[in-house]
Design a protein around this ligand. Structure first.
Ligand SMILES: *[C@@H]1O[C@H](CO)[C@@H](O)[C@H](O)[C@H]1NC(C)=O
Ligand SMILES: *[C@@H]1O[C@H](CO)[C@@H](O)[C@H](O)[C@H]1NC(C)=O
Ligand SMILES: *[C@@H]1O[C@H](CO)[C@@H](O)[C@H](O)[C@H]1NC(C)=O
Ligand SMILES: *[C@@H]1O[C@H](CO)[C@@H](O)[C@H](O)[C@H]1NC(C)=O
Ligand SMILES: *[C@@H]1O[C@H](CO)[C@@H](O)[C@H](O)[C@H]1NC(C)=O
Length: 360
């Protein structure tokens, strides 16, 4: 039967023509932030049909290294909004044009949370475990990178007995509104190096107009302001907005001298991060000698995360893209509004659009 033989021959050489398969992938089924199945082994020419369940998801191509960022020139379904499960669900197809390399995808939805950061990623032909580029590794990377913090520029104007103090700073989601210090400013004493390579206490809350006094104990430490994402570098080195941080400089203290001090005034409730810049050995910052003032403990950028970044040097790159619509345009809702007790008044205004700060 020469004709059958010819067909078989064709089948063997043109798999795209004869053996093309279509895989169905449910996007966000049952309200889960997941693709089902999460990855697929496909041949060249196969089709992947994505079925969009409620609510509002996308299938957006990324790279392994940057799971939650669209790949330049990559494929994307765009956002697919579905409100009704019983209606006909929208689909989007992706043709596997090459089986030589894996394809990586994520859901670009960031409202109200980053879907990618919750592990909503998908892959075609990922290498199997325990390959460092396995699907699980990709998903873990997505979840670790996607703890972005929305930062926005805030202007706080504080009026006190007829004088007005304005300060502009970068604030973060979840930061409490600036408040006056009830009963007047408080001085917080932070002992430096009294208990090994640490600040005691290491994480404090302080109100506007409070002071923080660093009291230096033996041997040779600093209190130097840094940023969340770069715990062990001076703020001015990594700031993209020209901020200059405070720095006590090295305070060499021997057993028989007094304890020198360095004082800062709290102007706003933006988180303040800092470290001891003694390079040692051992490097004090990398040994965990860091502090925070007004860290948002309920968010991802809490003091424990900061300390861990300092100690592990694990500065993760990337983050999740989002739009400025993430923020309410009503400044009083974004940062907590105005506090006023007659003597002090604090006014906050949102003056810049949101910007995403990953951990880089
Ligand atoms: C779907 O989500 C995107 C991104 O958050 C948003 O821009 C779009 O307005 C949403 N669509 C609907 C219909 O809500
Ligand atoms: C969902 O869609 C179905 C079919 O289009 C329609 O009959 C039903 O009324 C819709 N339900 C809602 C809640 O919109
Ligand atoms: C304190 O430490 C710094 C940095 O290591 C060093 O340059 C300085 O000389 C030290 N001061 C004293 C008095 O040892
Ligand atoms: C508070 O403002 C004063 C005056 O502008 C400045 O010297 C000080 O460094 C600020 N405090 C902090 C913690 O940035
Ligand atoms: C924050 O400070 C408190 C009180 O000093 C302390 O008990 C806690 O361990 C600190 N948190 C971290 C992560 O070190």
């Amino acid at each position: 039967m020469p004709s059958t033989f010819l067909l078989l021959l064709l089948a063997a050489f043109i798999p795209g023509l004869v053996c093309q398969k279509t895989f169905a992938v449910q996007v966000g089924a049952q309200g889960n932030l997941a693709y089902d199945p999460p990855f697929i082994k496909a041949a060249q020419g196969d089709l992947i049909r994505f079925i969009f369940n409620p609510k509002n998801h996308s299938v957006t191509q990324s790279s392994f290294d940057s799971p939650c960022h669209p790949l330049t020139g990559g494929a994307s379904s765009g956002f697919q909004f579905a409100s009704n499960t019983s209606g006909l669900l929208d689909t989007w197809q992706f043709a596997v044009f090459s089986a030589a390399n894996p394809f990586w995808f994520f859901c670009a939805q960031t409202q109200p949370v980053s879907h990618c950061g919750k592990g909503m990623v998908f892959a075609i032909n990922p290498p199997a475990e325990p390959d460092p580029h396995s699907f699980d590794a990709f998903q873990r990377l997505a979840m670790s990178q996607a703890s972005p913090t929305l930062s926005f520029t805030v202007t706080a104007t504080i009026t006190h007995d007829g004088s007005t103090f304005a300060s502009v700073y970068t604030s973060y989601e979840g930061t409490p509104a600036p408040t006056y210090a009830p009963g007047g400013p408080v001085n917080h004493v932070v002992k430096v190096g009294v208990d090994g390579l640490s600040f005691s206490p290491s994480n404090i809350s302080a109100a506007i107009s409070d002071t923080v006094t660093f009291e230096f104990h033996p041997k040779n430490h600093t209190g130097t302001q840094s940023s969340f994402s770069h715990p062990c570098e001076p703020l001015e080195v990594t700031s993209t907005t020209g901020q200059v941080g405070f720095n006590s400089g090295f305070q060499f203290v021997s057993a028989d001298t007094g304890f020198p001090t360095f004082q800062i005034t709290i102007n706003d409730t933006a988180p303040i991060w800092g470290y001891c810049s003694q390079p040692g050995p051992p490097k004090h910052c990398q040994s965990g000698m860091v502090f925070s003032i007004n860290a948002v403990e309920t968010g991802p950028n809490n003091f424990a995360a900061f300390k861990s970044l300092a100690m592990n040097g694990a500065i993760l790159s990337g983050g999740v893209s989002t739009s400025s619509s993430a923020l309410s345009s009503d400044p009083s809702q974004s940062v907590g509004g105005a506090a006023n007790n007659g003597r002090w008044s604090v006014l906050i205004s949102l003056i810049a659009t949101a910007e995403v700060v990953g951990l880089s």
